[in-house]
Design a protein around this ligand. Structure first.
Ligand code: GTP
Length: 370
């Protein structure tokens, strides 16, 4: 069966991490995020996957070979300009053969796609939208349903007195190919604001499927951190591809941790890392491969990607470090700060309050002190 994954967005809210890698290729506990989406699809019988790319399209090419050995065919189709969520699917209409699923490429979920597909078929729907409930419905587009599961209306960011449901569009749809005949060709067009409201207006069979599956879009730094915390805490029905050396501690091949250091799980450390003397790493924390964490460093609730070197007595807390970053001595990186790839922070800097530092920046010693 076929699936289309939308991966062409710029991922602006996750800059600077997305300056060098598109959001769906960013690591989640050390594997490209999109791998989890592809594996979920494969587990539910979707073995022909079309990636609708646009931004940094070449970064997705490696996936074609990576999945062929487990029987998944991955095809990449690139847009020359962003066509929006529906426009991107309209663009590959000629490749679609039968009922198919569309997935936003930035959603972490363990949704049961087999149940979603069964429901879609039982209702003889033209489109079925997976729906998830949220705590604050006023910041989302709501999708109230009739008692038979038909979509009743689309309510965009309602005030509290307009709220009649807490169900929102989860960015996963089962569609019949003929629905695309209602979408315009070659223009920017969205499912959420364009095609689905049009289908509703025409009285065609548009259904919603409420699910209590885990659901999170990884679109902002806070949510990218949250996705790591939830994966490491075992809250997502997706296992980690590494053996635990003891409960809550995953240590990659050839990584060394000095006896005087403490790891308070859940902590995952990739291969070829060195953790020096008197280091403390408190979970949930994920550290990539080839990282060096020197003596006396404290890391807490953070994500550190591959190839980072953290010098002595620095503190990394609730923050995200991109790839190949050098951090000098006595540096504090805290409060959801995000550092882009290949940068260097000289000693005794204090990066806080969600600061975002662009890739390749060099910050001299003692330059930033909040
Ligand atoms: P922001 O810029 O931070 O809003 O992120 P984004 O560009 O990823 O947009 P959004 O979160 O709304 O996108 C949801 C999913 O759809 C992501 O997986 C995007 O990659 C994808 N997407 C968004 N717009 C397009 C588009 O125009 N074309 C394609 N092919 N995919 C898109």
């Amino acid at each position: 069966m076929q699936a289309v994954i939308l991966v062409g967005g710029l991922g602006t809210r996750l800059r600077p991490l997305t300056m060098t890698l598109p959001k769906p290729m960013l690591p989640l506990v050390n594997r490209p995020f999109i791998e989890y989406v592809i594996k979920l699809l494969k587990n539910h019988g979707f073995d022909e996957i079309i990636l609708s790319t646009g931004y940094l399209p070449a970064t997705f090419d490696c996936l074609k070979d990576d999945f062929s050995n487990i029987g998944v065919k991955v095809t990449c189709v690139s847009e020359s300009e962003p066509l929006g969520t529906c426009g991107a699917v309209k663009n590959i209409e000629s490749l679609i053969k039968d009922t198919f699923v569309v997935f936003n490429g930035d959603i972490l979920t363990d949704i049961n796609l087999t149940h979603l597909l069964e429901y879609h078929r039982q209702k003889q729907a033209l489109a079925t939208l997976a729906l998830t409930s949220v705590d604050d419905p006023t910041s989302y587009g709501l999708v109230p349903l009739n008692s038979d599961g038909h979509v009743k209306e689309f309510l965009e960011k309602p005030s509290w007195d307009e709220v009649t449901t807490d169900l929102i569009n989860a960015g996963t749809y089962i569609l019949e190919p003929e629905i695309l005949s209602y979408a315009p060709s070659g223009e920017n067009y969205s499912f959420e604001r364009g095609l689905f409201p049009l289908i509703l207006e025409k009285g065609l069979p548009l259904f919603g499927f409420p699910t209590s599956a885990y659901w999170l879009d990884i679109g902002s730094p806070e949510k990218y951190l949250r996705a790591h915390y939830d994966m490491l805490d075992g809250k997502v029905g997706i296992g980690l591809d590494m053996e635990q050396v003891r409960p809550g501690i995953w240590l990659g091949k050839d990584s060394k941790v000095a006896d005087s250091s403490n790891l308070f799980g859940p902590v995952l450390i990739g291969p070829n890392c060195e953790i020096g003397e008197n280091v403390s790493v408190t979970g949930p924390t994920s550290i990539g491969e080839n990282c060096v964490i020197s003596d006396g460093v404290r890391v807490e609730s953070s994500v550190i990607l591959d190839g980072c070197q953290i010098s002595g007595s620095s503190v990394i807390k609730n923050s995200i470090l991109g790839r190949n970053i050098e951090v000098g001595r006595k540096v504090h990186i805290e409060e959801c700060s995000v550092l882009g790839d290949n940068m260097a922070v000289g000693e005794e800097n204090w990066l806080k309050k969600g600061i975002k530092v662009w890739p390749d920046t060099k910050i001299g010693p003692g330059t930033i002190k909040f």
